[in-house]
Design a protein around this ligand. Structure first.
Ligand code: UTP
Length: 283
């Protein structure tokens, strides 16, 4: 039902300088896999096959990652190292990758609008790859697609965060309509301390209906002089319906050094070592 997933990946990643000076933040590895590959896997698990990536200057390695590397493949062909490429080969074979360039970094809302050409007139998912979400039973996008089937409106993923961190996020308030699901009535981007409508922070997973594009077009630059997706979503919520879903699973803010280290430790223990065990048992 939802076939396309948009990955805004044009940001500068300033919190991770100097690592991100010439390398896209989305290519930073968590153990042995770049962040964006985790996001693409989550989208594939949720039934999507169109990966639409919004890139910027200096992001060539993103495009190269989802393409064949004949020289390397020839070099390791017939050796046991070939196994290391099985996963990425499967991904390349099972999805289509399209790219568009955001020429000026005018904010997340603007990056999403830039992806309109690739997405077209259909509901779509958005993944911010630096938010790594892990849930072994069902990925976060999969959980959100199941909700979309029922409610047919835009959905944002939210997480309760400590009060002292709320000002770093877009924050929602709303009426709880069932367990872990809220109908949004207010949304504020990076609220001033003391004015937070709640501690439910929006994280990097969205399902958006295509009318959002017109709403972004009508949105003036907001917080930080950027075109904010939260401002467009608030208009959508007022005119119709936007849901906020407290997802099941863990989320790591890999755009920050602390979150990145936590994600690395967690994935090494719980994802990487387990996949090695499975491989050994198969042999
Ligand atoms: P962030 O707020 O994390 O910004 O953007 P950033 O530039 O990537 O990182 P810092 O804060 O400077 O360290 C959230 C997401 O939106 C994308 C980013 O690539 C990231 O995935 N984005 C942001 C764009 O694609 N274009 C923009 O103009 C802004």
């Amino acid at each position: 039902m939802i076939k396309k997933c948009l990955f805004p990946a044009a940001g500068y990643g300033t919190r991770f300088l100097p690592a991100t000076k010439s390398m896209p933040k989305e290519m930073m590895p968590i153990v042995n896999k770049p962040l964006i590959e985790y996001g693409v896997e989550e989208a594939i698990e949720a039934g999507m096959n169109g990966m639409c990536i919004v890139t910027g200057r200096g992001k060539h390695s993103l495009t190269d990652h989802f393409d064949k590397n004949y020289e390397l493949e020839h070099q390791i062909s017939g050796t046991n190292k070939e196994d290391l490429l099985v996963n990425i080969r499967d991904i390349i074979d099972s999805a289509n990758f399209t790219y568009i360039r955001q020429r000026e970094m005018k904010g997340l809302g603007h990056a999403i609008l830039t992806g309109r050409e690739l997405v077209g007139d259909e509901p779509f998912a958005v993944v911010l790859a630096d938010d790594l979400c892990v849930n072994p039973d069902q990925g976060v996008l999969s959980q959100m697609v199941a909700l979309y089937k029922q409610f047919r409106c835009s959905i944002v993923a939210v997480q309760e965060v400590p009060r002292e961190d709320v000002h770093k996020y877009g924050v929602i308030s709303g009426e709880m309509i069932k367990d872990d699901l809220y109908r949004v009535d207010d949304m504020v981007e990076k609220p001033e301390k003391g004015t937070e409508p709640s501690n439910l922070a929006i994280i990097g997973r969205y399902i958006l209906t295509p009318d959002i594009f017109e709403l972004i077009e009508q949105t003036e630059p907001g917080k930080g002089g950027e075109i904010q997706i939260t401002d467009a979503l608030l208009k959508q919520a007022k005119a119709g319906c936007v849901l906020a879903y407290k997802f099941k699973g863990k989320r790591f803010d890999c755009g920050s050094v602390e979150g990145y280290i936590e994600a690395t430790n967690y994935c090494y223990e719980n994802v990487y070592l387990k996949s090695q065990d499975t491989k050994t048992n198969k042999k």
